[in-house]
Design a binder for this molecule. Structure first.
Ligand code: SF4
Length: 265
């Protein structure tokens, strides 16, 4: 079984490369360049059984974003040079966390941080993307791209259910271009703070016990889902799921809430 990791900075990747040279392990380095070079750093693929030799050999210390099972990417990195923007609101990007999705271990979940602040762009993006959900209270901009769930915060994004590392880079590049183009054209866009709350709240509701027990303080699970989506209650207040009779729903709920940018606590 092969495993893959990427790095939170170019410096950590360089340190890992030096260790690899010292221990002479077979490995493959996947590069995001040229098409995704502004959002990704190289990823390292090794045999799972070699991880101990790489990390425990005392040859050097480096930080990774996390290890996941390697799946052959279904798409290639594009050959084009990525567009640049005079006023780049995104800034530099780093994948800080890479892990398998809780509900589907064949898919990836990543958290990437930006050096920029996207909060001024959210109302303009909310006006453009009618299928997205902007929550001004929690400063979260959420949407689905196919089966992927994307929650954008002012300085980070949580992407759930990407197919592989190349797909993750592609999503980050798509976000970088969309947000920068929107910001560039903002003079022609009427900003909107409309909260289109029902569809995400329904996604949460579908995964709740739907027994209307009232233990969370709401009489109906639907009311709890709506308040959860608008950031007024915590997911863990649903006692049947957290410590009660419906614990089997926990992973799916945590997954959807993470993907929608809803905090668990
Ligand atoms: S505690 Fe959970 S199951 Fe009970 S009403 Fe609230 S959301 Fe529904």
């Amino acid at each position: 079984m092969k495993i893959l990791t990427t790095f939170p900075s170019a410096g950590e990747f360089e340190k890992a490369k030096q260790v690899l040279e010292k221990v002479a392990l077979p490995h493959v380095i996947m590069k995001p360049a040229p098409g995704f070079s502004l959002v990704g750093l190289p990823a390292l693929v090794i045999e799972e059984e070699d991880r101990g030799k790489l990390l425990g050999g005392g040859q050097g210390v480096f930080i990774t974003s996390g290890w996941v099972d390697f799946h052959q990417p279904a798409q290639s990195v594009p050959n084009n040079t990525p567009p640049e923007f005079d006023e780049d609101i995104f800034g530099t990007v780093a994948i800080m966390v890479l892990q398998p999705c809780t509900a589907d271990l064949t898919k990836l979940r990543a958290t990437a941080h930006f050096s920029g602040d996207l909060s001024p762009v959210f109302p303009f993006m909310n006006s453009l993307m009618r299928d997205a959900f902007y929550n001004a209270h929690s400063q979260t901009f959420t949407f689905m791209e196919g089966h992927r769930m994307i929650a954008v915060y002012p300085r980070r994004v949580a992407v759930a259910k990407t197919n592989d590392i190349v797909d993750t880079w592609r999503v980050l590049e798509m976000l970088r271009v969309r947000f920068n183009e929107c910001w560039k054209n903002r003079a022609n866009i009427t900003p909107s703070t409309e909260l289109r709350k029902c569809p995400p709240a329904l996604e949460i509701y579908y995964r709740l016990p739907k027994i209307n027990c009232g233990e969370c303080g709401e009489r109906m699970c639907m009311a709890f889902a709506l308040r959860l989506w608008s950031g007024q209650v915590a997911l863990t207040q649903c006692k049947p799921v957290f410590g009660g009779t419906h614990g089997h729903l926990k992973d799916a709920l945590v997954e959807i809430c993470g993907g929608l940018g809803v905090q668990k606590e």
